[in-house]
Every structure is written in C-alpha cells, then in structure tokens.
Design a protein around this ligand. Structure first.
Ligand code: PLP
Length: 327
C-alpha cells in the first residue's frame, strides 16, 4: 500500500490544513475541527482532486491524450477533470446529465472557461453512461486518439487511494480525533478514509452521511470498491458492520435540493466563524453531524473531524434561494 500511495501526479496543495472552530464548537456542544480539502486548489478545489491525482497517474501511464468523465451539469468532479485536462494539456470531454443550460453558472461555467467539451444526455440515456463512454472511447481510438475514461466521481479503488493518503496526513499531523465525518455522494471518499484508518491503525470511527440514495446503496457501492481493491491491488478493505456508520436520514427533499432551514444553517455557520459549506454535499453532512450531537451519539468531550470536501461553486446556481438573507 505505501508504494501504491506514491503513484500519483501531485496537483493538489497538500497537506490541507486542519482548523479548529471554537465558536461553532461552543454553539453546538462538541469539539469540531475541519479538514479543509476545499483548500486543495483554487478552481480545482475539493475531494475530486485528491482522487484524480491517482486516476491521472494511470491515465498518464496509458499515454492518454483525452480525459473523459461524466456527471450532472453542476458536477464538481467534471469541473476538476476539466481543470486537470487544461493543466496537463489534454483534451477534455464531459458527458453531462440534462439539457444544455441556457445560462452558464457555477461549475458548468468553469468547465466552459477551462475549454472542456460538453455532450448532453437525458436522465434516461444517462443510466447507460458507462456504455456511452466506452463507445465514445472506441470511436476516438479509431480516429487515432488515446482517451481515458474516469467513471462518475472517480469513485473507483484508484481514486479512493487519494483518501487513504489523506489519513496519512492526519497521522503525520500528530492530532487525534474520536470521530471523522464526511459526505457520501458516490462513496469513494468514505472508502478511502476507512481503508486509510485501517492501514495506518488510526483510531477514530468514520461516519458517512448520505446526500443521495440510501444505506443499502452505499453498502453496495463500498462492496464494489472493496472488490476492486482486492483485484487490482490485493488490498483488503474491511467493511464489517459498515452499515452502522452510514446515515441516510439527511438527504432531505432530494439530491442537490435544499430547504430554507438547511440554507439558514449554511448562513449561520458562515457568519459565525467563516465556515462556508457547499449546499449539496458538506452542508447535509454537517447537518447530520450536528444532529448526532443533539441526539447524544456524539458526546460533548469528543473530538470531531469534519472533512470539508469542497464544492463551493454549487452555491452560485442557488443565488435565488438565499433571498432570505437581508444585506
Ligand atoms: C463537494 C463534494 N463533496 C463530497 C462528495 C462526495 O464524495 P464521494 O463521491 O467520494 O462520496 C462529492 C462528490 O460526489 C463532492 O463533489
């Protein structure tokens, strides 16, 4: 594993800081620190950059001249891949779910500024996106180029290595925590943290808050990543009792949708101590964590590390939903 962790293309500004939030801790009644992975880069910030360092290593080894990936119009992953392609001088093709937007906003605006090409698919077509991507790769190969396809969210074993490496940073920081919290979107971040804690015998329990789908879905996804680790790297990811650490009660009114109450919490955290979360992932995970404090499953003296996985561009398309704030 240690040798495997070196096989990356260093693009992120690492290690990211671990910051303690005294006023938020005081308000909610726990010791809350945040691993600021939103500071891993500027335009490419967030968890996908950590994952893509490892995926890009494989793409580079394969001699790729084109990066292909997929996601929603406001995908943070697509934005990160678009930046990496621009940085590395590669072509980037994004396969996006939905109609071509009339106005460019948030992540999609950044994608276009970075020179990515976008193709659009209906929700129904998108269910076959891996097959669509394979066909596209074949077509591009026939035309003489060398594409590399990174599946949605880079939530494959290779991408999850990025979060094994994040645990290495925690170990090297010398800091100890009782619990780590993060958002679960496609599962790769959580899988990497679990594996990293096992590999480095680093103590905290790891809690994933689902922002879409349910616990059964994530157990399935983690089992897939576990299988990949075994087949590709002969590494054992222990998932025993994992369902007890996944909480699917905070998806709210749906993926990427927010209630006013949720956005009020985002506003509260931002104005209390400058902690600005993204509405789609880290906000819902943070709300889950706060509710665990309220319900007593996090004790007042416990040291919590929340992983801020980035995604700030997701705030901008929601401008109208923040009308409740008076300036
Ligand atoms: C900003 C942000 N945070 C968290 C996640 C969830 O990470 P993962 O897909 O690895 O579960 C994602 C992507 O899904 C994301 O874009």
């Amino acid at each position: 594993m240690d040798a495997q962790l070196e096989k990356r293309v260093p693009l992120a500004n690492l290690p990211t800081p671990i910051q303690y939030y005294p006023r938020i801790s005081e308000t909610y009644g726990a010791h809350i620190s945040v691993k600021r992975d939103d500071l891993s880069e500027s335009v490419a910030s967030g968890n996908k950059l950590r994952k893509m360092e490892y995926v890009l290593y494989e793409a580079t080894k394969a001699g790729a001249d084109t990066l292909i990936t997929c996601g929603g119009i406001q995908s943070n992953h697509c934005r990160t891949v678009a930046w990496i392609a621009a940085k590395m001088g590669l072509r980037c093709i994004l396969l996006l779910r939905g109609d071509r937007p009339e106005t460019r906003q948030g992540n999609y605006l950044i994608d276009s500024i970075l020179g990515a090409e976008a193709r659009f698919y209906s929700a129904e077509e998108f269910t076959d996106i891996n097959a669509i991507a394979e066909d596209l790769c074949k077509k591009l190969r026939d035309e003489g180029s060398n594409p590399y396809y990174s599946p949605m969210g880079a939530s494959v074993a290779t991408g999850s290595l990025g979060y094994v490496r994040m645990v290495k940073e925690l170990v090297e920081s010398g800091q100890q925590f009782d619990k780590i919290y993060c958002a679960l979107g496609s599962g790769g971040t959580y899988a990497g943290i679990v594996l990293g804690c096992q590999h480095f015998a680093y103590g905290p329990s790891i809690h994933g808050i689902a922002v879409c789908d349910d616990t059964a879905y994530f157990v399935n996804e983690l089992t897939r990543i576990q299988k990949e680790f075994k087949e590709q790297y002969a590494i054992n990811l222990d998932l025993e009792h994992i369902e007890q650490f996944i909480d699917d009660h905070y998806v709210g009114i749906g993926y990427a949708q927010n209630t006013k109450e949720e956005l009020e919490i985002l506003h509260h955290l931002a104005k209390t101590e400058g902690l600005v979360l993204d509405p789609v992932y880290s906000l819902k995970a943070f709300i889950g964590m706060l509710d665990h404090i309220k319900k007593g499953s996090i004790k007042p003296d416990e040291r919590i590390l929340f992983v801020h996985t980035g995604g700030h561009y997701g705030i901008f398309p929601k401008g109208n939903e923040f009308q409740f704030i008076t300036l």
